[in-house]
Design a binder for this molecule. Structure first.
Ligand SMILES: Cc1ncc(COP(=O)(O)O)c(C=O)c1O
Length: 456
């Protein structure tokens, strides 16, 4: 096998059809190794925020092998398994916020979004509120790439090619202090972006609104942007006032990523439904879930008796056994605490970098979900011209030097803007963070030199 797979030599449809891909052969802890023996530090945590406990953890590998040998797949319409029961028990008893008691398993984040919305609509319908069909999301958000999940998200670039077939959904402004558009009201923040939810509900009619969906810290599309203090409390009040279900998309933020079990824990807010994936199985198997409260499930139980949902891989025993092993590892190794402590150190080191690199406009995030927004002018926050592909260039420069970053574009307004997302395994140490920051420093310097050539 060649070391770099060239576009003309592969039968795989890769994400970038014009790029030669190095071949990865092994992972250990926070490191990945390619077929040439080159080492990379996995600071994006996969694509992205997935590899919660690092690569090659023997405890998980042995659970995976044991479960595969015993029972890899089960017909879940007829049976339950120890694996699915144990994974659900661990999620509820060890991680879930107060009041949650039931778990529906799927195979990833997009399915979790779609299933949570279906469950919300069915809940309203069976309670005689069948007109509630609309989902309100936020601009610059991401809830998955499948058609409906894409429609609930508000990232303009991702939506545009499919706009004609996306489901009807409303989008309010994100809560994003760095680029707040509330006429200078933020800071000090008057939470007008939260009040926008109430306005929108009233405009479309509360009787038509099923749910509001939001990421506690916006990951892929805003580069780790947490909400302002008080935002989610206000959102909760508004949802309660209008009978709208609040779905927290914790696909990136769940299971300790932000230094608390859930992103919303930072504000003490309890949603109605939680979607999660990624860190739940740490990349060892595809897994996602929707968490619900017993009374929510009870409404369906006492009426039709079953949710109209279901996929071939729902409750897959292999994925659930792996999920349980990963969650035990997070719990037993104090990884949530590590995310908080090392995440704080990482953020401080990135802020130091900002002093040396004028192109860093903002450093943000919580725990080990961190973002660096790149700007042409720090004062005015003017983004780089999209054609320059600055985020991608920095990402390529770090990769060349052995650091996996997760670059994103459209950060400023859906079209322009660049950021780098960092979400390394929660086991990362301060020394490894120093390594990340050192490579990023050098890479930013190299791209700055290139850009001086472009601009000059
Ligand atoms: C917040 C959020 N929700 C949903 C998804 C979709 O998850 P998946 O790619 O597993 O379908 C993602 C993926 O990045 C995400 O970040």
């Amino acid at each position: 096998m060649s070391v770099r797979v060239e576009p003309d030599d592969t039968r795989v449809i890769h994400r970038d059809l014009n790029r030669a891909y190095p071949t990865l052969v092994r992972g250990e802890g926070v490191y990945l190794f390619d077929s040439e023996g080159k080492r990379y530090i996995d600071a994006s945590g996969g694509s992205a925020a997935v590899t919660a406990i690092g690569h090659g953890v023997p405890e998980v590998v042995s659970v995976l092998a044991e479960q595969a040998g015993r029972l890899a797949y089960a017909p879940t319409h007829a049976f339950t398994t120890d694996a699915v029961e144990e994974c659900a028990r661990l999620i509820i008893e060890e991680f879930a916020p107060e009041g949650f008691g039931k778990v529906w398993f799927v195979s990833g984040g997009s399915e979790a979004t779609e299933n949570a919305v279906k469950m919300a609509l069915q809940y309203h319908r069976e309670r005689g509120d069948g007109s509630r069909h609309l989902v309100i999301g936020r601009r610059q958000s991401f809830h998955g790439a499948t058609i409906a999940a894409l429609g609930f998200g508000g990232n303009a670039g991702r939506r545009r090619p499919f706009a004609a077939i996306l489901p009807p959904a409303e989008h309010i402004a994100p809560c994003h202090p760095y680029r707040c558009r509330a006429n200078g009201a933020c800071p000090p923040c008057d939470l007008s972006c939260a009040d926008d939810l109430e306005l929108t509900i009233r405009q479309v009619g509360a009787e038509n609104v099923a749910a509001f969906i939001a990421e506690p810290v916006v990951g892929a599309t805003l580069g780790a942007a947490p909400a302002s203090e008080g935002y989610f409390q206000r959102i909760r009040e508004i949802c309660d006032r209008y009978g709208v279900l609040f779905i927290a998309d914790e696909v990136m933020t769940g299971f300790g990523r932000t230094g608390k079990a859930w992103g919303l824990d930072h504000w003490g807010v309890i949603p109605d439904l939680i979607t999660c994936a990624k860190g739940i199985s740490g990349g060892y198997a595809p897994l996602g879930a929707v968490l619900a409260k017993p009374e929510f499930v009870g409404e369906i139980r006492s009426r039709s008796g079953s949710f109209v949902i279901g996929h071939t891989a729902s409750g897959n025993p292999l994925s659930c056994a792996v999920g349980a092993a990963v969650l035990r590892y997070i719990r037993d190794h104090g990884l949530i605490e590590n995310a908080e402590a090392v995440g704080g150190y990482f953020k401080a080191r990135l802020l130091e970098l900002a002093e040396r690199h004028a192109m860093i406009g903002d450093v943000r995030g919580m725990g080990l979900l961190l973002g660096v927004e790149l700007v042409r002018d720090r004062e005015s926050k003017e983004p780089f011209p999209p054609a320059w592909g600055v985020g991608k260039r920095v990402g390529a420069a770090t990769l060349e030097r052995g650091l996996v970053s997760y670059p994103g574009a459209g950060t400023a307004d859906g079209a322009a803007g660049d950021h780098l997302l960092y979400a390394p395994p929660l086991v990362i140490t301060r020394e490894q963070v120093d390594e990340v920051v050192g490579i990023l420093d050098e890479s930013l310097g190299a791209v700055e030199m290139d850009l001086a050539g472009v601009a000059g």
